[in-house]
Design a protein around this ligand. Structure first.
Ligand code: NVA
Length: 377
């Protein structure tokens, strides 16, 4: 048996063991209430779906494999999920969905807090079954680490009550000002019928956890997480971008080391209390560099802000997409050893270097980095 320890409290302590996803069999998912892809120029107009082209998958997997070699050379243990056939209809008693998505981004599904790995509810029907890809690993860790707490948030119904009726039509009819107003209220497609969240809506700072109220995470999800981690302070983050729907926090608000957070320059926190909390505790918030690309990669549902989707190996070492020279330079000037990783071709499979990983073990303990709290936040 391997000597497995599940333990990770934040995004920057020395990384020793990580899950890295796979591009295999990933899909442009079939349309569902929560999401409809529409990429007519690249073979997937509205209401169509299917596997991403094989040549793209091969390139993405090559880049992922090279990234893994770099991690392993640094003594980091890497485990991989077991893909299933994502190109199949899945169902529950409430609904049928014509395809799944893939297992490139374990970060979206698995949340590690201390000795616990929590499977998120997810909020797309196409992602309801994704946890199955990680079960072989979680079962193994459960056997190998007697202290591993294996948890799963309540499996959601995701029936029609979980989505606001006619959200898309209403949204499409709004003008820019109305959209911003709605975004500020986080009035997105999810209702509050049941707790819903993706694990990547959460960023970990030891005792403090920030969870973004977004298109994939509702307030019931936030409340569920608060009750589930009563020894933590779970804060609601609201970040608004005029052009994008908020999906996950790891291209928006990225902690680099204690006292330093990288902020997306077009997605500022709406609530002043969030900034106040950081300032009161002497954290520096720096604006990220400009991305190398001005639009998302082909067939990617992620934005060009994957430029800041970095993975911190320890407080002095960070992996950054090799295209992002300005971002690398900024981090280098901040004192990091920057490891450039070719990763652009992975974008279409669901994200960047942070998305493709999920922590199993970082050294360190749960620390309080925000001893001075803000009342009501
Ligand atoms: N969907 C967000 C987060 C990706 C990690 C974005 O594209 O910016």
């Amino acid at each position: 048996m391997e000597n497995t320890i599940v333990n990770s409290w934040n995004e920057w302590d020395p990384l020793k063991h990580v899950i890295v996803g796979r591009a295999d069999g990933s899909m442009v998912q079939a349309p569902e209430l929560a999401v409809q892809r529409d990429w007519p120029n690249h073979g997937f107009p509205l209401n169509t779906y299917g596997e991403l082209p094989k040549e793209m998958e091969i390139k993405a997997n090559e880049q992922i494999d090279n990234f893994i070699k770099i991690l392993e050379l640094r003594g980091i243990r890497v485990d991989r999920p077991t893909p299933i056939n994502f190109n199949q209809t899945v169902e529950t008693p409430d609904w049928k969905q014509d395809s799944m998505v893939g297992c490139m981004p374990p970060r979206d599904v698995l949340l590690t807090i201390g000795n616990e790995i929590l499977e998120a509810t997810m909020s797309y029907r196409s992602r309801w079954h994704e946890y199955l890809c990680y079960r072989p690993l979680l079962e193994k860790y459960f056997k190998e680490d007697p202290n591993f707490r294996w948890e799963a948030a309540p499996k959601p119904r995701l029936d029609d009550h979980s989505y606001k009726k006619d959200f898309m039509e209403t949204w499409n009819a709004l003008n820019k000002e109305e959209r911003i107003e709605r975004a500020i209220k986080a009035d997105w497609i999810l209702t509050e019928a049941e707790p819903l969240f993706d694990a990547a809506s959460i960023t970990r700072f030891g005792k403090d956890i920030f969870m973004e109220h977004s298109t994939v995470t509702n307030l019931a999800g936030l409340n569920w997480l608060k009750r589930h981690f009563p020894n933590h302070r779970v804060h609601k983050a609201l970040m608004v971008d005029e052009t994008e729907w908020p999906v996950h926090m790891d291209a928006t608000w990225v902690p680099l080391r204690p006292g330093l957070v990288l902020a997306n320059r077009v997605r500022p926190p709406i609530e002043k209390s969030m900034i106040d909390l950081y300032e009161k505790n002497d954290w520096e918030i720096i604006q990220c560099a400009k991305p190398a690309h001005d639009k998302p990669a082909i067939l990617s549902h992620c934005s060009e802000w994957l430029s800041m989707n970095c993975i911190v190996l320890d407080t002095k070492t960070i992996c950054v997409n090799a295209d992002e020279t300005a971002q690398m330079e900024q981090l280098y000037k901040l004192g990091f050893e920057v490891i450039p990783i070719d990763f652009y071709d992975v974008s279409a499979f669901g994200g960047g270097l942070h998305c493709v990983t999920a922590d199993v073990y970082r050294e360190g303990t749960c620390e309080d980095y925000f001893p001075k709290q803000i009342e009501g936040f």
